[in-house]
Design a protein around this ligand. Structure first.
Ligand code: NAP
Ligand code: GLV
Length: 310
């Protein structure tokens, strides 16, 4: 039996050597050199073409190369009876929290506004710099990434809040949940961070109506998925001053097309889906553990509950 690796990213050679190192006994088939389809026992994948996984008759498990699994759930032929495992990698989590902390501090200290002033040769302090104790930072999604980001924001002294699907109790974080808790949550977010999974419930969640619930002049950091945000609504909110600035790592269409208005908008900072990266050296060992667990009939870490969609 063999493992199929599918990803069109440039890091394929790094993956081959990382997998060979931690799973020396496994035969690795790198797409498109799949070999006989009935040989494939596990698939390690990022954005496989729809139908590929359903074409593997002896598949026992599917491992996402990332934390998100929206790229798999979108396949109408996804073999939903098989274990689907998402990546929970402390090195990815640490990177995401660095990204969140860095950008919360950037927005807190008006760096996007100062970048615009610098471009205009304008010397104009925005005074007084606010205290963190007066700044409310809210995180949508209290999962692996959201909780770690909040824990790393806590030492700065921000007023923290979080929103999730089910109720949570996190010390020093005002927790809200469900559709009924969303308005109150948003109304108290000077800086909003989106770390939700993309599902039918969360697609388009940050639309004109929700953005209008934020305090005037709020900032948005989206490091989850582009489709959480209605881009035209976000641009309108920035243009009207409802939002002061935004930092976006993810977009509905990636790479972001050159003619997209976000590229040139003065209140938008863009990073190219690089907030939390999957590092082959750390992830390959976690995937080896997931494969071993499935073979032995144990529950792998990161097993997705398809009934809730994430
Ligand atoms: P996770 O552990 O599964 O956590 C998901 C959180 O979202 C949970 O708190 C969950 O609520 C909440 N949630 C889900 N559906 C909801 C809904 N309908 N309403 C309210 N809350 C909802 O996921 P994670 O590991 O933190 O990752 C989150 C996402 O980050 C991934 O799915 C991926 O899209 C994105 N990501 C981006 C990058 C990047 O580089 N930009 C890197 C990695 C991941 P409960 O706690 O109540 O279940
Ligand atoms: C990246 O976007 C991931 O889901 O890990």
């Amino acid at each position: 039996m063999a493992l199929l690796f599918y990803s069109l990213s440039d890091s394929q050679p790094d993956w081959t050597s990382a997998i060979a190192k931690v799973m020396p006994g496994e035969r690795l088939r790198i797409w498109p050199d799949v070999g006989p389809l009935d040989d494939i026992e596990f698939a390690i994948v990022w954005k496989p073409p729809p139908g590929l996984l359903a074409s593997l008759p002896n598949l026992k498990g599917i491992l996402s190369l990332g934390a998100g699994i929206d790229h798999l759930v979108s396949d109408p032929q996804l073999p939903r009876h098989l274990p689907l495992v998402r990546l929970i990698d402390p090195s990815l989590t640490a990177q995401m929290s660095e990204y969140v902390v860095m950008n919360v501090l950037r927005h807190h200290r008006f760096m996007p506004q100062y970048a615009r002033q610098q471009a205009a040769l304008l010397w104009q302090p925005i005074l007084p710099p606010p205290l963190t104790a007066e700044r409310r930072v809210g995180v949508m999604g209290l999962g692996v990434l959201g909780r770690d980001a909040l824990a790393k924001l806590a030492p700065f002294g921000f007023q923290l809040r979080g929103w999730s699907r089910t109720a949570h109790n996190i010390p020093s974080v005002a927790c809200f949940h469900g559709a009924s808790g969303l308005s109150d949550f948003l109304a108290g977010c000077d800086i909003l961070v989106c770390l939700l999974p993309l599902s039918t419930e969360t697609r388009g969640i940050l639309d004109a109506k929700r953005l209008a619930l934020l305090p005037e002049g709020a900032c948005l950091i989206n490091a989850a998925r582009g489709a959480h945000v209605i881009a035209t609504d976000l641009i309108a909110a920035l243009d009207s001053g409802q939002l002061a600035a935004t930092t976006l790592d993810v977009f509905d269409s990636e790479p972001l097309p050159a003619d997209h208005p976000m590229w040139r908008h003065p209140a938008v900072t863009i990073t190219p889906h690089a907030a939390g990266w999957t590092i082959p050296e750390t992830a390959a060992g976690l995937m080896a553990a997931s494969i071993a667990a499935i073979r032995e009939g144990r529950k792998p870490v990161g097993l997705v509950d398809l009934s809730v969609g994430y």
